[in-house]
Design a protein around this ligand. Structure first.
Ligand code: HEC
Length: 178
């Protein structure tokens, strides 16, 4: 004859099984114990890194846009700047793991981000936009004549704007009190 298991005992066993499953799952992915998985070990630093990366990309892009608008500059240097933008953009999506969704996740007061949660609802689109801009910048770096080079510089900016429109919170200037 089977021994009846009291209900409370069953509940405890179920809770223990759940706890074990959670631990086992965590160990499978081993995300927290390994300090080199920076999405977990240094998530807040990633925000600083990606913002500085964006600011650097912006500086390169502005220099190219001044040239495209008619400023005297060296076309070969512009090609080299476009190549730098291409390389930097290639790394960008890797600085956006879901652990850095700090508009939704708890974080320290020092962290300030305008990266929208939409990134992690549609990460493949976000990723493709970054790679797309990287590709356009690489083509721009190989432009054979100045007209193509200038058109490429404009096309890069369209890629920046497309991603920002969907995935970056627009800056809204504070409304001054009346
Ligand atoms: C794949 C999407 C994507 C692309 C492509 C992209 N950006 Fe960004 N950019 C972002 C996101 C998201 C942020 C907000 C990051 C944050 O606050 O954590 C941002 C932030 C910025 C910032 C603001 C940094 C600050 O001061 O807070 C600048 C400037 C910028 N990007 C420039 C550019 C330029 C120039 C390009 C094109 C060469 C570009 N970005 C391409 C997604 C993108």
């Amino acid at each position: 004859m089977k021994k009846a298991v009291p209900a409370a005992g069953l509940a405890l066993a179920a809770a223990a099984a759940l706890a074990f499953a959670a631990t086992a799952h965590g160990q499978d992915a081993s995300p927290v114990a390994d300090p080199s998985i920076t999405a977990y070990s240094h998530a807040e630093d990633m925000v600083t890194a990606r913002i500085l990366q964006m600011v650097e990309i912006e500086a390169l892009q502005l220099r190219m846009e001044a040239y495209a608008a008619g400023a005297e500059d060296d076309p070969d240097l512009m090609r080299s700047l476009a190549y730098s933008v291409s390389s930097l953009m290639l790394a960008v999506p890797h600085l956006f793991p879901s652990t850095t969704n700090f508009m939704e996740l708890p974080h320290s007061e020092d962290v300030s981000t305008v990266a929208l949660p939409a990134i992690w609802q549609d990460f493949e689109t976000f990723y493709a936009l970054a790679i797309g801009v990287s590709d356009v910048a690489l083509e721009t770096a190989q432009a054979e004549d100045e007209a193509t080079l200038k058109a490429g510089i404009a096309a890069i900016r369209q890629g920046c704007d497309a991603c920002h429109a969907s995935f970056m919170q627009a800056y809204a200037p504070p409304i001054p009190p009346l």
